[in-house]
Design a protein around this ligand. Structure first.
Ligand code: PLP
Length: 397
């Protein structure tokens, strides 16, 4: 499977596979760029059919939350639809400036800098955080934004397949070590306590991409650093999106005041791209309000995740699960991944293909707070039938 021209958002470097798009379409196996005609969170309408949506990163269901929609609407009325320029020059709406202060306080960082997206934040932060480092170390199948940013930083790059293989790479010259707090592919929580201690011992700098941990892991969703008891500081930098659990758009890097100043003055993905829309900034602020005050949604998410795990277990469906809202069902090969996704689609479930470029070939399923029992039951039934029809019980997860 070749590297993707455009990796689908939820699936890190999940590749539009060869054979080419046309062939896959003929076979009814092309799963990318589905047009979602409507979405209420737990379900989507695609090709006029309502499906259970197990393909989002909308873990707390905030994308459809009236509190966020009201805040975004009010901001749009006050400041307009867009900011029409770079934050440095003319696009730094008050809603964004306030959000920047709030995410710094929320994550316990001295300062934070907002970018137009998580991808931009990574592209801006890695080359600057890598100053004084001769090397960059990241997972071999890290999210595409990490690999791209590392390339842009023009450093010697070391990659590891598993956290067990990270330690040997830490001997040697000073490195910037980039780790996903929660793996985008399979939802595994990185052992950040150990990794941070190793980095400190060897004099390396650690940069965490917490796009899938921020909002769902740690106290009130403060993220994987909080979950692991690691504080942001001179040699611990956080980069995350605001587009997954927080259900908005944008991303930020958080660290020391000095780092923030460098980013503001030198990060070209910030300087040469537009500021956040007021609606996105106000929506993200309303999402923070929910994280700070609402106990019901995290409780519902936890209950749904537990129920889905029990359902898979009860039906003997082989899967991997690391306690986060993400589940994977191994399919053995890229072609079988595409067949599984297509069969689930026929049976009313929207899921994400993870091809070998991204991970172990598997189907990625994510649970959100507002799935109801019927939807989870229907999805389990569809999975049971699919796993049996495609003989996936024989595949080693
Ligand atoms: C691990 C990871 N990092 C970064 C990003 C990029 O975030 P954004 O979609 O805001 O550009 C994503 C989302 O695709 C992601 O999953």
């Amino acid at each position: 499977v070749s590297a993707p021209a455009v990796p689908p958002a939820a699936a890190p470097a999940a590749a539009p596979a060869s054979p080419p798009e046309e062939k896959l379409r003929e076979l009814g196996l092309y799963p990318w760029f589905r047009v979602v005609e409507a979405s209420d969170g737990p379900t989507v309408i695609i090709d006029g059919r309502r499906l259970v949506n197990l393909a989002s990163n909308n873990y707390l269901a905030l994308a459809n939350d009236a509190r966020l929609i009201d805040a975004a609407t009010a901001a749009m009325r006050r400041w307009g639809i867009g900011v029409t320029g770079s934050r440095a020059l003319n696009g730094n709406a008050a809603a964004g400036a306030e959000l920047e202060r709030r995410v710094a306080a929320f994550t316990g960082a001295e300062a934070a800098v907002l970018f137009p997206s998580g991808y931009h934040a990574m592209a801006g932060a890695v080359p600057i955080a890598a100053r004084g480092c001769e090397r960059i170390v990241h997972a071999a199948r890290a999210h595409g934004s990490i690999a791209d940013a590392a390339r842009a930083a023009s450093r010697e790059t070391g990659t590891f397949d598993d956290f067990d293989a990270l330690e040997p790479l830490l001997h040697g010259s000073r490195a910037l070590v980039v780790v996903e707090g929660v793996s985008a592919a399979d939802g595994r929580i990185a052992p950040l306590g150990e990794i941070a201690a190793l980095c400190a011992r060897h004099g390396h700098r650690l940069l965490i991409d917490d796009s899938h941990g921020f909002g769902v892991v740690g106290r009130r969703g403060r993220g994987t650093l909080d979950h692991s008891g690691v504080a942001i500081g001179e040699d611990v930098v956080l980069v995350t999106t605001l587009s997954k659990t927080l259900a908005s758009n944008g991303g930020f890097a958080a660290g020391t005041r000095r780092l923030a100043e460098q980013l503001r003055n030198e990060a070209t993905p910030l300087l040469y791209s537009v500021g956040l829309t007021p609606a996105a900034a106000a929506g993200a602020q309303a999402a923070l309000d929910v994280l700070e005050t609402d106990d019901a949604l995290p409780a519902r998410l936890a209950a749904n995740v537990a129920a889905f795990a029990e359902g898979l277990q009860a039906r003997g469906i082989p899967h991997r699960h690391h306690g986060t809202p993400v589940f994977t069902v191994a399919a053995g090969s890229d072609l079988r991944v595409l067949r599984t996704v297509a069969m689930l689609f026929e049976r009313g479930v929207f899921s994400v293909p993870l091809t070998a470029a991204a991970a172990t070939p598997a189907v990625r399923l994510s649970i959100i707070a507002t799935h109801d029992g019927q939807q989870l039951g229907d999805a389990l039934q569809a999975l049971d039938e699919t796993v049996t029809a495609l003989r996936l019980r024989e595949v080693r997860p």
